[in-house]
Write a protein that binds this ligand. Structure first.
Ligand code: AOF
Ligand code: ZN
Length: 360
């Protein structure tokens, strides 16, 4: 017997085909199934501004959608956005039943799709595979509910929890296999962020390399004092993705801001004492998820601001000693603070990935 859960898993699989392309919109999959259990339409949302998964799946099903069940990984929309409400199409197609994995957190929807369908005699169930559906779109959910991106803090440390041998000294800790895993994460997120100290010390490119990315990666620099040199490598590689320098309002009129802007860098102001306002400013660049790569000061500030949603730790089998720079400036942190932990070996290194447990 094929169950609702089986069809929803299929819809989730289909939704993943849009991976890395849909931001700021969600990944959505939809499957149309006749009362006999035949799949007559199946589709995913391909890119923001293009047709929704439900509309595409119903179009594929045509007349066969009448009396069918529609499985969708997100509650169908009921707003007049760029593509028109899916609920109207569902009713017009004569769908008898809708099974949605989870309520849409978009304030324009939030249960409105379900209410509309029920008012038009469509039977609706919400909650099948909801945890997977939420995970699939965790950036979208965080952006909708908290108005900031989902933030992954990435750090490489020694066995004794040090990130560098001494402050301001670049210390290579991880092996090439571990670096490849880190590149895969860069391929999945919408943006990467570093502090200006990291730009000055490491002069990184902040691009996704040796991995496929469907869209350019937004590269953000938190730079209250506007120290980013216009000669930085990140500025010289704008074809790899936009560069956004987040600074304070006082710096906006400076010559340095003008020079960066001339080179095509987006200079934006944020409240320098409120890091979250900086991350919020990135919504202009359609950023739902962000990888926070360094340095130590920026990571500690994000941790203290309670906006770190997940931690990716790369632990190298070396000891740097007490002169080294401690992870999170020595703040109390153990893997027990994380949920859904995955740990694996990568060459000589150990990678630990987990979500930050929040009581609120
Ligand atoms: C999508 N694809 O398959 C579904 C979405 O900008 P619009 O008009 O396309 O509307 C985007 C909103 O539509 C989005 O925030 C979500 O609430 C809803 N559902 N969006 O891009 C889809 N089903
Ligand atoms: Zn829709």
């Amino acid at each position: 017997m094929v169950t609702d859960t089986d069809y929803m898993e299929r819809a989730l699989l289909v939704a993943r085909r849009g991976c890395g392309r849909t931001a700021p919109n969600p990944l959505v999959g939809a499957v149309v199934v006749t009362p006999e259990g035949v799949v007559v339409g199946s589709a995913h949302h391909e890119r923001s501004g293009e047709p929704h998964a439900e509309a595409l799946a119903l179009a594929a099903a045509g007349e066969r959608a009448r009396g069918s069940t529609l499985y969708c990984t997100l509650e169908p929309c009921c707003h007049h956005g760029r593509t028109g409400p899916c609920v109207d199409r569902i009713v017009a197609a004569g769908v008898a039943r809708v099974v949605a994995a989870i309520e849409d957190p978009d304030p324009r929807v939030r249960g409105g799709g379900v209410r509309y369908l029920e008012a038009h005699d469509v039977d609706v169930s919400v909650g099948v595979r909801s945890a997977e559906a939420r995970k699939l779109n965790r950036g979208f959910f965080t952006a909708m509910t908290e108005r900031r991106p989902f933030i992954i803090l990435k750090a490489a440390t020694s066995l004794d929890g040090r990130m560098a041998a001494a402050p301001g000294r670049r210390t290579k800790l991880t092996s090439p296999p571990a670096d490849r895993v880190a590149q895969m994460t860069r391929a999945e997120v919408d943006a990467i962020a570093v502090g200006s100290g990291t730009v000055l010390i490491d002069d990184p490119l902040l691009t996704a390399r040796e991995v496929y990315r469907a869209r350019p990666l937004v590269r953000a620099i938190c730079d209250r004092r506007l120290r980013t040199p216009p000669s930085a490598r990140v500025v010289a590689t704008l074809e790899n993705g936009p560069v956004v320098v987040l600074t304070t309002a006082a710096q906006l009129d400076s010559d340095r801001a003008a020079r960066l802007t001339e080179r095509g860098v987006h200079v934006r102001a944020f409240d320098g004492d409120d890091l979250v306002s900086g991350f919020r400013a990135l919504r202009e660049f359609e950023v739902n998820s962000l990888l926070l790569e360094g340095g130590a000061a920026l990571q500690t500030a994000a941790w203290d601001a309670d906006v770190v949603d997940a931690v990716h730790l790369y632990i190298a089998p070396v000891v740097l000693g007490s002169e080294g720079v401690p992870f999170l400036d020595g703040r109390q942190f153990t893997v027990a603070d994380l949920e859904n932990v995955e740990a694996f070996s990568c060459g000589p290194d150990t990678v630990i990935q987990g979500d930050v447990h929040r009581s609120h």
